[in-house]
Design a protein around this ligand. Structure first.
Ligand SMILES: C=CC1=C(C)c2cc3[nH]c(cc4nc(cc5[nH]c(cc1n2)c(C)c5CCC(=O)O)C(CCC(=O)O)=C4C)c(C)c3C=C
Ligand SMILES: [Fe+2]
Ligand SMILES: [Fe+2]
Length: 361
């Protein structure tokens, strides 16, 4: 059988709305073996590494997957907790809190699930679960505020690939970005304000985003522009002057040029320019993860301090903060416009019918 379907459907079944939040994915364990599996899937994605396929396969399997898993496993060990990978437990907590919030509005007419683009729980398994629960209208929210083909685009590829195997497709809506969504800007701005209230201000506030190869920007990826727009809007919300903040790009991979300015080089050079205290914020990451906790929280702190910097503070991601969950619920509500769970739709229809019958009498 080519297309997957349910043979147990019954006509009385209630149609539900499904909300699927997704993130990148993380290894199962901080070990070289688990890293190898994770990196093999991640780095084989043509959306992530746009390089001639055959040549890349040779480089990936012949060089990178022999060296990087052990190195990355060491880095993951520094962020791993009793609850596992931060990216995983934050995303799980976001799902739980969002489900609780949406249940207050929609009762059990809505199902909320989370999935990861690489590793588990996979997007396929989440759609299967939602479909078995009676979801006929599906809203997908990849938790990447800024659109990039390498993240958001790849999530859509995965979703579309799953749909090519499915017999009965749901109505589908896909949120491709929310980099300038007012509630998101406000949530990021308020998190910074809360940090200032506790710790005071620094010479410079640095907005550090994950980078992508510069080539992707030149070929039309809007990610770079969306990062700059997020920074500008948050800076405006905070009333910052142009010298009070800057945008940088972190987490370079490979040898080609990536989006600049690079976070690490910037931090190495700032103390010589008289900037002795910095606050770091990463609005492109909806959850703290390896790239924020280890790379921004630890590695870049060392670069800055080694170069003569005196104060270095990292402002955490929005994670499962109430303001973040409220923002997600608002975003979901905006995008569910016109969709109502099956029984509510039925109730509306019954009311219209009763009104019509009343008028006919
Ligand atoms: C937030 C947006 C992200 C973009 C854009 C992005 C692009 C991108 N990433 C790589 C390579 C790696 N990224 C890795 C980790 C990682 N990346 C993101 C997010 C974005 N990546 C997150 C949230 C994480 C952390 C995951 C976690 O488990 O905590 C890694 C793995 C770690 C390592 O070995 O260094 C790699 C590799 C590329 C090539 C790319 C754009 C083309
Ligand atoms: Fe990445
Ligand atoms: Fe990194």
């Amino acid at each position: 059988m080519k297309y997957q379907g349910r043979s147990d459907f019954n006509h009385g079944e209630r149609a539900k709305i499904g909300v699927l939040i997704t993130n990148l994915g993380t290894p199962e364990a901080p070990t070289p073996k688990a890293l190898r599996t994770y990196l093999a899937q991640f780095l084989s994605d043509p959306r992530v590494v746009e390089f001639p396929r055959l040549l890349w396969k040779v480089i990936l399997h012949g060089i990178i997957l022999r060296i990087r898993p052990a190195r990355s496993a060491k880095a993951y060990q520094t962020v791993w907790t009793d609850q596992g990978s931060p990216l995983m437990f934050h995303t799980q907590a976001q799902r739980d809190a969002l489900a609780t919030q949406l249940a207050q509005q929609y009762g059990d007419g809505i199902e909320v699930a989370f999935a990861m683009r690489y590793g588990q729980p996979s997007i396929e398994s989440a759609i299967e679960k939602l479909s078995a629960a009676g979801v006929r209208q599906l809203l997908v929210l990849p938790l990447y505020p800024q659109y990039s083909g390498s993240t958001t685009g790849s999530t859509f590829d995965n979703l579309a690939a799953d749909f090519t195997q499915r017999r009965w497709l749901p109505d589908l809506r896909f949120i491709s970005h929310y980099h300038d969504y007012p509630a998101y800007i406000q949530a990021v701005g308020d998190k910074i304000k809360a940090h200032w209230e506790k710790h005071g201000r620094c010479d410079k506030l640095i907005f550090s985003y994950h980078g992508v190869p510069k080539r992707y920007l030149l070929q039309g990826d809007p990610y770079h522009c969306e990062c700059y727009k997020t920074t500008r809007l948050v800076a405006e919300y905070l009333g910052l002057g142009k010298d009070d903040y800057m945008t940088t790009f972190q987490s370079r991979f490979g040898r080609e040029e990536w989006l600049k300015p690079y976070t690490d080089e910037t931090l190495k050079s700032l103390p010589a320019q008289g900037v002795k205290s910095v606050q770091m914020v990463c609005p492109g990451f909806s959850s703290d993860c390896l790239e924020t906790i280890e790379e921004i929280g630890e590695e870049n702190r060392e670069y800055f301090e080694h170069a003569g910097g005196e104060t270095y503070q990292y402002i955490e991601c929005l994670n499962a903060d109430a303001a973040h969950i409220d923002m997600m619920a608002q975003l979901v509500n905006d995008n569910l416009h016109g969709w109502v769970p099956g029984d509510q739709a039925q109730a509306v229809q019954t009311a219209i019918l009763a009104k019509e019958q009343g008028a006919a009498r």
